[in-house]
Design a protein around this ligand. Structure first.
Ligand SMILES: [Zn+2]
Length: 346
């Protein structure tokens, strides 16, 4: 008799837990729908916390994995609206919990498909990556001077620092070739990357053109080229007259290793795609290009040069002057690098 009573109690407890989880989940999901529809940030954050509570206190019920998933959805929604890295780290955290704690659950499989872009370095991976970020120009070399006197060297330093912050948060070792407004010769920059044993070298720049209408983002890899525009851009970045670029082309051609070229191209595609996505059509997508850039010659690892936007175009210059858009660019560069590193390892 006692045994039966005990069993009955156990069943009762389980069903209460289950009912408790169910009603909590139902109320949260109802409010989530309502506040998503009427977009209310504060209430959505409260709902996210309710899901967290559910996940932590009812971990054995089927509502636990679905709660972590809904939590990720909320932060994803907030992130898309506000582009704040805080929310982004939250959705990543929620997804990683889901993957770690419920690897075989259908919700996990669903989430993996839905959030394919933001599944980050899985916790079991211990390898630490090193990235060297090179803010172009500096000191006596201001780089391109644009609308309202904005200087390339100042903007790229700000973007590079933002990239460092973002990559560091994802567990990557990051070094900057310069942290202040100092002059560093082009040849020395890749050497720093070699010394640090970097997995990736990225040089950050702003583009310039004599026609103010030209605008957009491009990512460059080192190669010889016959394209006149590309030669002109490389000449400016190399600080040499265009007439001398013919010789440089020849020298570069003899130095290029095709293996590094292909892998750098892959890195360039990831970074270009992610910057363009983060900018949400605010400028144009020029694409991945190639030219003989001095700064990339000696780098022994996959290396690219990012021409973020044009300082000489009024709307591009305005974007570059705003912290919000510099952050978008930095986010794109970091995301692209992370994706590249992860794929390289798999
Ligand atoms: Zn530059």
């Amino acid at each position: 008799m006692k045994k039966i009573l005990f069993l009955f109690l156990v069943i009762l407890c389980i069903s209460f837990t289950y009912r408790g989880a169910e009603s909590l989940y139902e109320s949260a999901s109802y409010r989530e729908t309502y506040y998503t529809y009427n977009f209310n940030k504060e209430e959505l954050l409260k709902v996210a916390n309710e899901y967290k509570y559910l996940y932590e206190n009812y971990s054995k019920t089927k509502y636990a994995p679905i709660s972590v998933y809904r939590r990720a959805c909320i932060f994803n929604n907030l992130y898309k609206r506000y582009k704040l890295s805080y929310y982004k780290s939250e959705r990543i955290k929620a997804l990683n919990l889901l993957i770690k704690d419920y690897p075989e659950n259908w919700v996990t499989k669903f989430a993996k498909r839905r959030f394919r872009q933001i599944i980050v370095i899985s916790p079991k991976k211990t390898k630490k990556y090193t990235v060297v970020v090179d803010p172009g120009h500096g000191g006596k070399d201001p780089g391109a001077i644009g609308i309202k006197g904005i200087r390339e060297k100042d903007i790229v330093l700000k973007i590079a620092k933002e990239v460092k912050k973002k990559l560091s948060r994802r567990g990557v070792n990051v070094y900057l070739t310069r942290k202040t407004d100092v002059f560093i010769p082009l040849s020395k920059r890749a050497h720093i990357a070699n010394e640090k044993g970097a997995d990736v070298f990225v040089s950050i720049h702003c583009n310039a053109w004599n026609n103010k209408k030209v605008r957009g983002t491009s990512t460059w890899i080192l190669n010889a080229t016959s394209d006149k525009r590309a030669i002109q851009i490389a000449a400016r970045e190399n600080n040499v007259p265009v007439e001398k670029m013919g010789d440089i082309n020849k020298i570069i051609l003899s130095l290029i290793q095709s293996a590094k070229l292909n892998i750098s191209k892959k890195l360039a595609y990831y970074v270009q795609k992610d910057i363009v996505r983060e900018l949400h059509g605010a400028s144009q997508n020029i694409g991945v290009k190639q030219a003989p850039f001095y700064v990339l010659v000696d780098a022994r690892m996959p290396s690219i040069l990012v021409e973020t936007l044009f300082v000489t175009n009024p709307s591009d210059a305005q974007l570059l002057s705003r912290k919000k858009y510099r952050r978008c660019i930095a986010e794109g560069i970091s995301e692209g690098i992370i994706k590249f590193l992860e794929e390289k390892d798999n």
